[in-house]
Design a protein around this ligand. Sequence first.
Ligand SMILES: C[S@@+](CC[C@H](N)C(=O)[O-])C[C@H]1O[C@@H](n2cnc3c(N)ncnc32)[C@H](O)[C@@H]1O
Length: 197
Amino acid sequence: MKQFSKACERNTEPIAEVLAELLPAADGGLVVEVGSGTGQHAVAFARRFPHLLWQPTNRPGRLASIEAWRRDAGLENLLTPLPFDLFDDDPPVEHAELVMAINVIHIAPFEATDKLFEHAAQLLSVGSPILLYGPYRYRDRSLEPSNERFDAFLKKRDPESGLRLFEDVDAIASNHGFKHVQTRRLPANNDAHWWMR
Ligand SMILES: C[S@@+](CC[C@H](N)C(=O)[O-])C[C@H]1O[C@@H](n2cnc3c(N)ncnc32)[C@H](O)[C@@H]1O
């Protein structure tokens, strides 16, 4: 039941380098991943950062691959995946040191981004980051041709999906009390952005 994503394999190392800057040094904190997909990231990051607990999540019915990767990896710090849809009323746990969503907000409907920051505000203490990774539009520059094609593909498949305007995402974050900290340009026209309260 293990699914495999080539994109996931490619972006793991660049995202891990960002995580290395953001994760707490202290042992035992919990990292919550939203929309964990195949489960490859959860395994890779739990292995790379063994001092933290990793909590993968995904929409109900989409947990089998994550669980299969988790079982094969046999990592003590990788927790059983939990069902969690961004439109749920509450987050799946009470507290996290970091919340991350990799390639999620352009797949889920736009309103899910608001819910994501609402949940993050509930989960994170002041000074703890939410990290988003993926392709974005920006008000002051045209979309790269590869992202233009990707956006068209997404919208044809599901009119509610599509690349988000960074400034819209930042305004939502701000409504929930989060301040944008940094952008990191990563390979294949993807960006990592993080916010904190
Ligand atoms: C393109 S995949 C990315 C998966 C994984 N994060 C990765 O980078 O390989 C999009 C993910 O977003 C999840 N997703 C979509 N809508 C969601 C929602 N409303 N709530 C939670 N997750 C959602 C999907 O189930 C899927 O796991």
